[in-house]
Design a protein around this ligand. Structure first.
Ligand code: NAP
Length: 251
């Protein structure tokens, strides 16, 4: 139980990559706050079921509703976790959205939504969690970026810019808090099988697959393994890095 006694907050953990991360951390003995946002009906049920699975396996978890775009909701979420478990050792900035379109057709709303969720959300969650980490002179901040933030992508100017922002944010946080024994790293997945990608047309999926050396799409669990490593003591000397997990994408 590598993460026994640790407390984590995973944003957007009701499904997809966040859910896989929550289950993996819990399996290593970590207490997990499973964040979700009740924008769509059913999301509360999803996060409740993640909590139930963790509890069924003997772990500790709580579901917490908070829209990560909203400062007051994030502040209150962090206070609730610290109120119950006393601290937050591991923050996983996972929640994210896409609103794809070619730049000339991209609405200001689609631009603002994506930046607010993916970049402002990571800023707010990190800011409010950091105080607890600084107090205990240890912590792990792991933010889910994307290879789109490293290499760019057609139809994703908003998303790629938000993820490039997350990468630069991570590198800067790593510099600011390294002296407090807190690490900050970004994980940049390629194409992972989740609700976010399931709706893409087959033609696009075929094109993406032809660029992946391993000739398969990733599973949420592939990403969760890397996050668990970065959260562990074994990764204590890694900070300010962007680690791609994309099956070997070449363009
Ligand atoms: P997903 O299946 O669509 O899940 C996204 C999660 O984010 C959901 O749990 C959703 O919560 C949550 N979320 C969205 N807006 C939120 C908000 N304002 N406040 C709190 N939670 C919010 O997506 P995914 O594929 O697992 O993606 C997870 C992360 O990996 C994202 O940051 C994404 O950009 C990144 N990523 C994914 C891929 C991929 O191929 N799938 C590739 C690279 C990077 P609700 O269910 O409550 O709405």
């Amino acid at each position: 139980m590598e993460l026994e006694g640790k407390v984590s907050l995973v944003t957007g953990a009701s499904r997809g990559i966040g859910k896989a991360i929550a289950l993996k951390l819990a399996g290593l003995g970590c207490k997990v706050a499973v964040n979700y946002v009740a924008i769509e009906a059913g999301n509360k049920a999803d996060s409740d079921s993640v909590v139930q699975v963790i509890k069924h396996q003997g772990g500790e978890a709580m579901a917490i509703e908070a829209d990560i775009r909203n400062s007051e909701e994030v502040r209150s979420m962090v206070e609730q976790i610290i109120g119950v478990w006393g601290k937050i050792d591991i923050l996983v900035n996972n929640a994210g959205i896409t609103r794809d379109n070619l730049l000339l057709r991209m609405s200001e709303e689609a631009w603002d939504d994506v930046i607010a969720t993916n970049l402002r959300g990571a800023y707010l969650c990190t800011k409010f969690t950091l105080r607890s980490m600084i107090r205990q002179k240890s912590g792990r901040i792991i933010s889910i970026a994307s290879i789109a933030g490293v290499m760019g992508n057609v139809g994703q100017t908003n998303y790629a810019a938000s993820k490039a922002g997350v990468i630069a944010f991570t590198k800067s946080v790593a510099r600011e808090v390294g002296s407090r024994n807190i690490t900050a790293n970004a994980v940049a997945p390629g194409f992972i099988k989740t609700k976010m990608t399931e709706g893409l047309p087959d033609e696009i999926k075929k094109n993406i697959l032809s660029m992946v050396s391993l000739r398969r799409f990733g599973e949420p669990e592939d990403v969760a393994e890397l996050v668990a490593f970065l959260a562990s003591d074994k990764a204590g000397y890694i900070t300010g890095q962007v680690i791609c997990i994309d099956g070997g994408v070449s363009m």
